[in-house]
Design a protein around this ligand. Structure first.
Ligand code: B12
Length: 267
């Protein structure tokens, strides 16, 4: 059964698929998408969506957000897989989720054998490293779970040493200090938070911990959907156009203009 499932994902270009039992995820996350969970859900089919689009050293936007918004693209791929799964297994439910998901995706992917959780908190997968998005399909089929990956980063602390804001340390991850989080934060910022954005020079997101990771992976994404229209430098001039298609659009113009202004001050 799992081979048939993997074949249907592969038909959409998705090469890496694994399964974990829903009951092994101790807590689902509260979010609007939770209402889409199928009743009597039993298994989570987790998949990797590699996104590395190239280096773009001059970029002021995190690599994951350079190309057109991955959310509708990934959901589109998974919806097509779900339609095929519905035909192959009539009477069963298949519901796709990406990012805005009740599934703690990094944990689910590690449990499904797709890679290990790095010290930076992200999944590190063979070949693609941490440059992967994670998607999942929740189903009421009882599928045999794959073997979890429980390896750790050993003595490597490259991401901890590189994190410029102290968000990553031996003590764990402090979201409120993460530059990626700060560039997304709405409303007023404290002076130290503004300074982090100025120093980081990124209008959206942060890649410092990924770039420092020796297992980051630099294989160009085989998924055309993840490589559309890279826009490495966001400016006041191209902002309106970018807001029509990029992942950061959901945060709105105000937050992005604030970040652009802070970065101009830092130059
Ligand atoms: C909220 C969120 C953020 C927040 C907070 C991140 C955080 N680390 O808490 C902010 C805005 C800061 C953020 C930033 C980024 N994010 Co984000 N984010 C999410 C989101 C929506 C939820 C994460 C969450 O709160 N999880 C709940 C907590 C409890 O889980 P956890 O911290 O992973 O792990 C705990 C347990 O699960 C357990 N555990 C974890 N793994 C395992 C494995 C095993 C085997 C076991 C037993 C236990 C275990 O231990 C942990 C401690 O208790 C996920 C999507 C999703 N639905 O999961 C994306 C997601 C994690 N983000 C993603 C990305 C790409 C990023 C950025 C790289 C973007 C960027 N370049 O700026 C940065 C990276 C920052 C960083 N170092 O984490 C990707 C990561 C892909 C990957 N390869 O792992 C995800 C999966 C989205 C996606 N669909 O692809 N993010």
């Amino acid at each position: 059964m799992k081979q048939d499932i993997a074949r249907l994902f592969l038909a959409q270009g998705i090469e890496r698929v694994g399964v974990c039992a829903l009951q092994d995820l101790p807590q689902l996350m509260e979010c609007r998408a939770k209402s889409r969970m199928p009743s009597r859900a039993q298994s989570v089919i987790v998949c990797l969506l590699p996104y590395y689009p190239g280096e773009y050293p001059e970029r002021n936007v995190a690599r994951y957000a350079l190309c057109d918004d991955y959310h509708p693209a990934a959901l589109g791929l998974l919806e097509r897989v779900c339609a095929d799964l519905g035909q192959a297994f009539p009477g069963h439910a298949f519901v796709p989720f990406v990012d805005n998901s009740p599934i703690p995706e990094v944990r689910a992917a590690a449990l499904a054998g797709l890679g290990r959780k790095g010290r930076h908190g992200m999944l590190i997968a063979p070949t693609y490293g941490c440059h992967v998005f994670i998607g999942s399909v929740v189903t009421d089929l009882a599928l045999e779970p794959d073997r979890p990956v429980t390896e750790s980063c050993g003595s490597c602390r490259a991401c901890l040493d590189a994190c410029p804001s102290g968000a990553l340390s031996e003590q764990g991850f402090v979201k409120e200090r993460c530059r990626s989080f700060l560039t997304q934060k709405r409303g007023g910022l404290e002076p130290w938070q503004e300074e982090e954005i100025r120093r980081g020079g990124m209008v959206w997101g942060c890649d410092v911990c990924l770039d420092a990771c020796p297992c980051k992976g630099k294989t160009l994404s085989p998924l055309e959907e993840m490589r559309k229209n890279p826009l490495p430098i966001l400016t006041r001039e191209n902002l309106a156009q970018a807001l029509a298609v990029k992942a950061y659009a959901y945060r709105g113009e105000k937050v992005l203009l604030r970040n652009l202004k802070l970065i101009e001050q830092g130059k």
